[in-house]
Design a protein around this ligand. Sequence first.
Ligand code: ZN
Length: 328
Amino acid sequence: MTRREKAQELVESLPDDIGASVDDIEDSLDQLVDEFNVPIEEAVRSTRSKYMGDYDGDGEVTSSGPSSAQDEDVNIGDLTVDHDEEWMNIQGTVQQLFELSEKQTSWISQRGVIGDDTGTTIFTTPKEAVEEDPDLELEKGQTYKLQGVVGDAHRGNIGVKITSTTSGSTLDNAFTPPDNDTHLTGCIVDIQEGSGLIKRCPEDDCTYIVTNGNCQQHGSVEGDFDLRLKTIIDDGEQPHQVFFGREATEVLTGVSLDDAITIAEDAVDTGAVADEMEDMLLGRYYSIAGNKVGEYVIVNEFERVNRDWASEARELLDSFSGTDEVAA
Ligand SMILES: [Zn+2]
């Protein structure tokens, strides 16, 4: 829908005696979108409330100055779930692009991690946004100023959504997000699907996992072996999705990539690697330092915690002593 059509639609939805012309409304939309970089949907909302707010019910429009609506500049590290559905501007360097599942590719063009000096977050770009503005297809390692992204809270985490009205421009600087913004200690309670020995598409910049010899984007490809673990670690308060990359997985399990390939070949099943790792890791305790990225903690450092169950049990019993009057 063109801006003029949006203006027409908005005029029709306003009370007749408000006396707003399509030209007036279109001017207001032009100003909000072009001068203040407000996304079109937000511009429509803002324009509607400007007219309705000024409308006192007897045909008088009491004022019609330009709205000063403008998106807020937000440091990525300051994002909280309170920013859900808020329009804002961010600047950041693309740290990572995720491989997408088949289901996701039906509507998502890109999903990845963007970070500035204060933190990182997940961004999601729907297909329609890139179809309308190919410049919204982001490159790994490149820094962008993104005006008019929307906060997108999901399971207690906040990410940002790029929309077809987001404007993106490249910047020359590169941001380095802080290391290890998350620390937790807990028990590995699950190893999730997509863990162990995997194959990545060998094409440049392709982030897809090769399944049954096929990349979603490049079709039949050979694929390069890689190792990773997607674990659930419970710290006693809540489960965390904790992601170990290849190096961390090798140190954690003592299984190198070559070892893993041998295990898979011997078993004639790449799933054998994940099975073996699961047997080894479930129930173990670790202290983790890493970066919170959307729903995931990406591990940078970790240490095995050997829990002394006997002394913990003694301490627990001690904490009850003196209250146990009935048995005494
Ligand atoms: Zn590919």
